[in-house]
Design a protein around this ligand. Structure first.
Ligand SMILES: [Zn+2]
Length: 470
């Protein structure tokens, strides 16, 4: 069990100069000049707030993205060399390097010889953007080719030597390389540095194997955050993770009929679980509302994204007691595209916040990482300013005050859009210490304002003492 830790000179709910004592993973005392004994952490007057919970992420996809080299935006051979060189520098000699999104316009179709120059000491494989071709360097080739003759997907030159190019050979490559899961520690560190102490993985694809992997990473500390997992199918509870709602993915071009969707909600109930339905479009939302209407909604049922919520649907969301789990980061990252592609009449319905809160609908915040940045502070700023990368505004009327925006990340796992958790005696010591008082940090929300992050009373991040990436 975690020992004692006393945080000195922190600000809690607007009151400065307080000490907070943690014991056994909980907040044991809050007061002035608390008696010492045991380790201490100087808060330097910074705000102490509950750790943030990102209520909708995809951890394995994010880890895979963080573990591979993105070449989608590479423009020239120099970009290619720089990105692969930087990744190689961060990894042990002989380790695998995986790059994706390559296009031959950058530096031609690559073979083993060219790739050897880019990463001579690592096993490098580069995927063509089409997905049809992998290009391997010599070390990578050596590892995948056995004594037996290579299969037809392996391209051979006139002299009978493999060129490094493997066409439509994903299945074969997988049998040769295996599919080792991507490391989770790097993304655990990213979230910890942002003050995030809890994560809800919203992947419908999560099965027993994925759940085992994530639970093991949580127990080993690679993922220091508390974890809740959704899944499309049944999922067993195990130490290290909580089982969350059943995730229902909808595709507007292939919508299930109402009876099917209603039956899926009924099945989730038999498993004792809530339901979270992916709704990006107005049609997806309409079908989901009808299904909840038919099957009956329960507290904790969720609409994921709420990308486009027509005004007329707000009353139904409220009546059904559904929580909308939104991603304000999309306004920043995709807003310019929305303004170009979404009908003008619908633009005020994009990623609503204020009108939902005003109507009494619960709203929770999340990143949907890797589909937007995992940094909640960028999204908090976007929830207030509603500004796009190019400085345009999307649904200005939907902006909320910064403290309210932060609150979208402070609801608990079971009630993500509910009242913000509080720094109070008896509460779990899942905490985010800021470098300044809270009000000052909210003037310009930024992960740089996070001084330390604690989960269950253990410090999992402290500014200035970051360990170098493994
Ligand atoms: Zn998602």
């Amino acid at each position: 069990m975690s020992g004692r830790l006393t945080l000195r000179n922190v600000e809690v709910e607007g009151v400065g100069g307080l000490d907070v004592r943690l014991d056994g993973g909980r907040i044991a005392a809050i007061g002035r000049s608390l008696a010492g004994g045991g380790p201490e952490l100087d808060g330097a007057g910074g705000g102490l707030i509950p750790g943030l919970i990102d209520h909708h992420v995809h951890l394995l996809a994010l880890a895979a993205q963080a573990d591979s080299i993105a070449l989608d935006t590479a423009q020239a051979a120099a970009d290619l060399a720089q990105r692969i060189g930087a990744a190689a520098a961060g990894r042990a000699p002989g380790a695998w390097l995986r790059a994706t999104g390559y296009h031959e316009r950058v530096a031609g179709v690559l073979g083993a010889a060219e790739l050897d120059r880019l990463a001579p000491g690592h096993a490098l494989r580069v995927q063509h953007r089409s997905g049809a071709l992998w290009m391997l360097n010599s070390l990578a080739l050596e590892r995948v080719l056995g004594a037996e003759p290579p299969p037809p997907c392996v391209e051979i030159d006139e002299a009978g030597r493999p060129t490094g190019r493997i066409w439509r050979g994903d299945d074969w490559l997988r049998t040769r390389i295996g599919s080792a899961p991507p490391p989770l520690a790097p993304i655990g560190r990213v979230f910890a540095a942002c003050g995030v102490t809890g994560l809800t993985d919203a992947s419908a694809t999560t099965d027993a194997a994925a759940a085992d992997l994530l639970a093991a990473a949580r127990r080993a500390g690679a993922l220091p955050q508390r974890l809740m997992l959704m899944s499309a199918g049944e999922l067993c509870a195990q130490p290290g993770v909580m089982v969350g709602p059943v995730k229902v993915l909808l595709d507007e071009h292939d919508l299930p009929d109402l009876d099917d969707l209603t039956a899926r909600i009924g099945l989730a109930r038999r498993w004792g679980r809530r339901v979270a339905i992916h709704c990006v479009t107005a049609v997806e939302l309409a079908v989901s509302l009808a299904a909840f209407e038919a099957a009956g909604a329960a507290p904790g049922d969720r609409i994921e994204h709420g990308g486009l919520i027509p005004e007329a649907a707000i009353g139904s969301l409220k009546a059904l007691g559904l929580t909308v789990v939104t991603q304000p980061g999309f306004i920043l990252e995709r807003g310019d595209r929305y303004l170009a592609e979404v009908a003008a009449a619908d633009q005020d319905s994009l990623y609503r916040i204020d009108s939902l809160l005003g109507a009494g609908v619960s709203v929770a915040g999340s990143s949907d990482a890797p589909y937007s940045s995992p940094d909640p502070w960028l999204a908090i700023a976007a929830a207030t300013a509603r500004r796009t990368r190019l400085g345009q505004t999307v649904g200005a009327g939907e902006g909320v005050a910064p403290a309210r925006a932060l609150g979208l990340w402070l609801g608990g796992f079971e009630d993500p859009g509910g009242p913000p958790r509080r720094v109070a005696v008896g509460a779990a010591a899942d905490l985010c210490l800021l470098t300044t008082p809270l009000a000052q940090a909210l003037v310009e929300p930024d992960a740089e304002r996070v001084a330390a992050t604690l989960v269950g009373g253990e410090v999992v991040y402290e500014r200035g003492s970051e360990r170098p990436a493994a």
